[in-house]
Design a protein around this ligand. Structure first.
Ligand code: GLC
Ligand code: CA
Length: 558
């Protein structure tokens, strides 16, 4: 199949970001730092590696970077268990390297956001060490300690809550004879967010990063912060899942308590202090619903009108969807529909917890063509697109042997759940050994396809997926209608698996047609126009109103 592309840069067009804050101009690129680029041959990616790739990211059109955790951590959950919230783990570098990274990113128009894990710390955090030292330690109440009820069979758990990574959410602590709560591993004790001292302490940690020039945070499991005041049992509900008792409950009492919104509001107020006139700071929340459940309405409640709570929240419905026009349309339409008028949407197809969309949605025949459809979809929607490192070259899930598993979830549920290592494999930069990621032994195996699939090869090939991403991003930033115009879907094509929509702004209209099938289909828009970017048509050529779309064709036109 011949591929055409419209090189907007070659046409000498300047990119205009309109009057929007940086985070609305996206894309925001998530880096899993352990896997991006290793510069000291210890097999683990580092901050210097990220710094060296800033030109690459700028060239791609990235406007922000979200760094998965880089704080000191004993790695029970690969950085999501933190022992010090205002330092860098030596494996990644130092605060000095970090400051340099912030400066150099900024010089390229790229803002940095940190991953903030507020719900829990590491069990080795000094706060928890103090808290568990005695029942009357001043930090005792910083975490959640409970007696177990006593019955005829001895003590029992305080309630039925289950941990996401297996077992009960309560661990018995012998020295002080109480249970502490952990919604993840037992090495991740939950903080008590009803305690104002905890709130103060955590806000101070965030302020530390804002003072260093960080422009915002991705808030880990933000909807988990506050627990039911009475610690009531979660109701059970049956669902087909891998054998995790955690998923057989509706998480009514261990998440989404009304007080959480007050805390989010406090955090937002801190952000606003640093925002300046251009709404320069941003919070994006991971709002995690019951496993496998579409809950865009829940995510929307954490954004509200966009002024007092989060700026953005992830709707993970896209993670549980299938690659059909009808499903994609329904997920997107629902997401737009539940957001208040002042709220700004965002979209995510892949992250460090899920199977990559390139594998999840694009497996089987025509898989490269499907990836182009997803890219075109993500980058022409209304709102901020999030990219996960390697998505732009179509990286797929790794196949990880049991002996190579690192992820606690994967180890616990092997072989029922593949774990999360599969989407965390090293970035594929070149076709050289270890994909140019490291000169040492990579912490996770490199995907087998790296000799064919890597950045260097795709940079050389103008018809590559990487070029397709770059062209889409450029187009998005040049066309006001794509950047912040309205969206309206044409429902007529859905039955034939064609997703078509129009983006509108101030008299300018951009039409998008995506043939989400391997068959030739009519264009449901029934309007002709001038091609801006297409997998199959020459730029500035025409598309006729009665055109038939080629299999998996993506065309953006005016
Ligand atoms: C979030 C993170 C995940 C982590 C968990 C506990 O879901 O995305 O990687 O394991 O929180 O912090
Ligand atoms: Ca390293």
């Amino acid at each position: 199949m011949e591929k055409y592309r419209l090189s907007l840069q070659e046409r000498g067009m300047a990119i205009q970001y309109a009057e929007l804050p940086w985070w609305k101009t996206g894309p925001i690129y998530q880096i899993y730092p352990r896997s991006f680029l290793d510069t000291n041959s210890d097999g683990v990616g580092d901050l210097e590696g990220i710094r060296r790739k800033l030109d690459y990211l700028q060239d791609l059109g990235v406007r922000g970077i979200w760094l998965s955790p880089i704080y000191p951590s004993p790695l029970y959950d690969f950085g999501y268990d933190i022992t010090n919230y205002h330092d860098i783990d030596p494996v990644f570098g130092s605060l000095e390297t970090f400051k340099l990274l912030v400066r150099e990113a900024e010089a390229r128009g790229i803002s940095l956001i940190m991953d903030m894990v507020l719900n829990h710390t590491s069990h080795l955090h000094p706060w928890f060490i103090e808290s568990r030292s005695s029942r009357d330690n001043p930090k005792r109440d910083w975490y959640i300690w409970k007696d177990g009820p006593r019955g005829p069979f001895g003590k029992g758990y305080p309630n039925n809550w289950m941990a996401a990574f297996g077992g009960h959410a309560w661990t018995w602590d012998k020295p002080t004879e109480q249970y502490y709560l952990h919604l993840f591993t037992e090495e991740q004790p939950d903080l008590n967010w009803r305690n104002p001292e905890v709130q103060e302490a955590m806000l101070a940690e965030m302020q530390f990063w804002l003072d260093l020039g960080v422009k915002g945070f991705r808030l880990d499991v933000i909807n988990y912060l506050v627990k039911d005041a009475q610690f009531r049992n979660n109701p059970y509900h049956f669902r087909m899942t891998y054998p995790r008792r955690h998923d057989l409950q509706h998480h009514q009492f261990d998440r989404n308590q009304p007080e959480t919104y007050e805390i989010v509001h406090r955090i937002r107020s801190l952000m606003d202090l640093y925002a300046g006139a251009s709404e320069d700071t941003m919070l994006v929340g991971e709002v995690y619903p019951d496993e496998g459940v579409h809950a865009p309405d829940l995510a929307a409640t954490y954004i509200g009108n966009g002024k007092d709570l989060l700026h953005l929240a992830f709707d993970f419905s896209t993670i549980y969807t299938s690659l059909t026009a009808a499903d994609l349309h329904s997920v997107l339409q629902t997401w737009y529909g539940v957001l208040s008028p002042g709220a700004w949407p965002c979209h995510v197809l892949s992250n460090h917890d899920q199977s990559r969309a390139a594998s999840r949605l694009c497996a089987g025949a025509d898989n490269e063509a499907k990836k182009r459809v997803l890219a075109a979809l993500l980058l022409t929607q209304r709102g901020t697109p999030f990219l996960y490192y390697g998505e732009e070259i179509g990286m797929e899930d790794g196949v990880i042997a049991r002996k190579d598993l690192q992820d606690p979830l994967g180890k616990k549920y092997y072989p029922f759940h593949p774990g999360r290592d599969r989407s965390r494999t090293p970035m594929q930069w070149t076709g050289d050994s270890a994909a140019g990621f490291t000169e040492g032994k990579p912490w996770l195996p490199i995907n087998r396809d790296f000799r064919k699939r890597n950045v260097e090869a795709q940079q050389r090939d103008p018809s590559s997926l990487l070029h397709w991403y770059r062209d889409l991003i450029t187009l998005r930033q040049e066309e006001p209608a794509l950047l912040d115009g309205s969206i309206e879907f044409f429902e007529t094509g859905l039955q034939e698996n064609v997703l078509a929509y129009v983006r509108r702004k101030a008299g300018s209209e951009v039409l998008v047609v995506l043939n989400v099938s391997g068959q030739t289909r009519p264009n449901p828009i029934r309007r002709g126009g001038t091609v801006l970017l297409s997998t199959h048509r020459k730029p500035q050529g025409t598309i006729e109103h009665d055109t038939r779309l080629a299999p998996w064709e993506c065309t953006v036109y005016r």
